[in-house]
Write a protein that binds this ligand. Structure first.
Ligand SMILES: NC(=O)c1ccc[n+]([C@@H]2O[C@H](COP(=O)([O-])OP(=O)(O)OC[C@H]3O[C@@H](n4cnc5c(N)ncnc54)[C@H](O)[C@@H]3O)[C@@H](O)[C@H]2O)c1
Length: 194
């Protein structure tokens, strides 16, 4: 797979899977726009991705997503690949749940039996739930729509989406596990007309 001359945008490109995706896209020859709510993380990934550009963007804000697309296209050219990757694990609920997941891992290693309940569901507040939905659903819609508006006019391009809910997270998202998982990348889902 060579992507010479292609322009790619990755939301949540500042860390984990998004960071690995940016680096891989750059290795394949694409110029990469790293969109992330975390300015420092986006800048770091952009450096790793060679000619990459870092853009601060909250994907729950459609205006910010549209503006990010406009800026990246002004700096890099028309977008060919859009990756919806920005995601969160569930706000305060994760802070409550992750130590319990750590305890579960320790119990598993020690005796092979889990005694600590995760209780991720009962510990999640309305606010955290709404924020998670907005990052994953609104963010994916706003990103795909913005990219499609540009791509459809040129009848070319691809978008791919990787979010999932915190409910299926089996282990805490520590920096270490994020780095370990960074080897995997989202499978592409072409949207364009054939
Ligand atoms: N880690 C897994 O096992 C796994 C499995 C399947 C899917 N996913 C999904 O893949 C994506 C990346 O997972 P990860 O483990 O690399 O996560 P991560 O926490 O390492 O990275 C997520 C990135 O998204 C950014 N982000 C968060 N909210 C944002 C917002 N509103 N706007 C823009 N950027 C925002 C964060 O700053 C961070 O850089 C997530 O959507 C996650 O739900 C993860």
């Amino acid at each position: 797979m060579r992507l010479d001359g292609k322009v790619a945008a990755v939301t949540g490109g500042g860390s984990g899977i998004g960071e690995a995706t940016c680096v891989r896209l750059a290795e394949e020859g694409a110029r990469v726009a790293v969109l992330d709510i975390d300015e420092g993380a986006a800048a770091l990934t952009a450096k790793l991705a060679g000619e990459g550009v870092a853009i601060v963007c909250d994907v729950t804000d459609s205006g910010a997503v549209d503006a990010a697309l406009e800026r990246l296209e002004a700096e890099l050219g028309p977008v060919d690949i859009w990756v919806n990757n920005a995601g969160i694990a569930g706000g305060e609920a994760s802070d409550n749940t992750n130590p319990r997941a750590e305890a579960q891992l320790a119990e598993l290693a020690e005796s092979g039996a889990i005694r600590t309940p995760l209780e991720g569901l009962v510990r999640m507040s309305d606010e955290d739930w709404r924020r998670m939905l907005s990052v994953h659903l609104d963010g994916t819609f706003y990103g795909t729509r913005a990219a499609a508006r540009s791509m459809a006019a040129r009848e070319t391009g691809r978008s791919s989406t990787s979010p999932r809910s915190a409910g299926s997270r089996a282990a805490p998202a520590t920096r270490t596990t994020r780095r370990r998982r960074a080897g995997s990348s989202p499978s592409p889902a072409p949207w364009r007309r054939s």
